[in-house]
Write a protein that binds this ligand. Structure first.
Ligand SMILES: [Zn+2]
Length: 140
């Protein structure tokens, strides 16, 4: 009997549930302030723009730009060992200046990724019921 290495999985809570539920439904969902409309990620208990506690969520465009990236050469968890090399990136979304998320860039040679590349979201299943929002080169 072999022991299969399991992917590290999130434990959704009241703040992150909308993000993971959206991803499972093929939508990139961010926390949105009901008082001022500010989008923020990762989700927080309070709006960083107006300090309101009245927070909801909204689907965003899923389009953005590579802000920065690196190509890890060592796995920080055994599950990633056979996935190297991959592109670990920060993508700035079009929906609001400064709205960024940590993600992966896929469907491209890691060495070909450049800061400023246009990308669009796609979703990769990685564990039972969980889909990870990752980005691929945007369609022309
Ligand atoms: Zn606000």
């Amino acid at each position: 009997m072999t022991t299969e290495i399991q992917a590290p999985v999130p434990i959704p809570n009241a703040l992150t549930e909308a993000f993971w539920q959206g991803a499972a439904e093929g939508q990139l969902v961010m926390q949105r302030c009901n008082a001022c409309g500010h989008l923020q990620h990762p989700p927080e208990p309070i709006c960083s723009a107006c300090l309101s506690f009245d927070l909801g969520s909204a689907a965003v465009s899923g389009k953005g730009t590579v802000y920065t990236y690196c190509i890890p050469t060592q796995a920080f968890h055994p599950w990633f060992a056979d996935k190297l090399p991959f592109v670990l990136a920060v993508v700035e979304l079009d929906d609001q200046p400064g709205l960024k998320m940590i993600t992966n860039i896929v469907d491209i040679d890691p060495e070909a990724v450049k800061v400023g590349d246009r990308v669009e979201v796609t979703f990769q299943p990685f564990s039972e019921g969980f889909f990870l929002p990752v980005f691929r080169p945007a369609a022309q």
